[in-house]
Design a protein around this ligand. Sequence first.
Ligand code: ATP
Ligand code: MG
Length: 431
Amino acid sequence: MKGETEMDYQKPKGTADLLPGTTNVWEKVEAKAREVFRQFGYRGIRTPMFEDYHVFSRNVGDTSDIVEKEMYDFHDKGDRHIALRPEGTAGVVRAYVENKLYGPEYPKPYKVYYMGPMFRYERPQYGRQREFHQIGVEALNNESPQIDVEVIAMAMTLFKQFGVPNVKLVINTLGDKQVRKDYREALINYLKPHYDELSKDSQERLYKNPLRVLDSKDEGDKKIVEDAPSILDYLDDESQSYFDQVQALLKELGIGYEIDSNMVRGLDYYNHTIFEIMSDSPVFGGGYTTVCAGGRYNGLISQLGGPEEGGIGFGMGVERLMILLKEENPDFAPVDKLDLFLASADDKGDNLAFEILNKVRQQGIVADKDYSGVKVGKQIKEAFRRNARYFAVFGDREVSEGQFQLKNAATKDTVDVKVADFVADPAKYLK
Ligand code: ATP
Ligand code: MG
């Protein structure tokens, strides 16, 4: 019976426990991603899970939902305003600037990847959590359509490597500062007459950040936005040429894409190329769901105190990738297997099994033994449950004879092996 002072402890809303059976898939995803990143010249970076609040909220004009509504922020015991990171880019750029990684001794672009938890105070739903995970990359200190396409190609390669090739690439451009300014005005002029029909959120955004109205999930807003002017009609020569080059390079690499001129970004520092990788898998409940989102940010590095340089990156939502992977490539992660399972019939045998186990593990054999002391039959069942390729039972007799029977779980073949011979070269017997 429960005492009065006891309570049921539960994980915080919007978080998840990842248990064995799931973690093996995550670990394989991470391993594959690292492989691809290394191939493309990206190296790991690990920045703090929390930062000074202002790393994410840099100016009062920042009107993204992520910064305005979704941030987990608090004052610590030293009265510092801290925020749990809602995304990876700002922290990476902060580290880049603080460590002066733009110096002449460093490669250009400076290419890094990260994987880890992000925190947003959102309404939890399928594929949307308060603690979630992203695998992301940044290519800093460079402005070239080739790098944009490299980053996109790398993201597409990841999906191929994960065995979920049925995703589509959608791109857009946000032009440069002037383009955004001109377009902003045109968009406000278009939206103003519809003010009363817009959702409350969009009414708020209309003057602060009208581009965000394009991103609205409200059905009424979506209708209005359909006929909005397109940013593509406001590109200056340079932005147009940049976008053209990106498209030409994508074609050259045979990477199919769509253009969605209404696609914008939840964070305000993006310009030129932005992209999303989307899935229409029915597991997401209809329509397209974004699994990976990225883009170029040419103002962010200087905003965080660094030089006037550009960068581009993406963040892939791991939880959504997992949903997709489970549906489209359920056999992605190998089932756990053992080379050898050691069972025992009595204490003496158990001691010998423990000794052998530790010796064969030193030689790279994946092995385990029974620790429960249950009947031999149950131990052997456990060997099968653990997918052991071989198993053996140790008792008094095996100890006194210095010899045991090694059983092949699949063929049921049995061979007599001397303990000394076996531990000298276990691989020879576990073929
Ligand atoms: P959405 O429009 O779905 O809220 P977003 O624009 O806020 O997405 P980004 O900031 O671009 O998302 O993050 C990149 C990716 O991270 C998303 O495409 C998604 O896969 C994932 N992601 C974002 N927020 C969450 C969340 N709360 N839970 C799980 N995954 C998330
Ligand atoms: Mg969001």
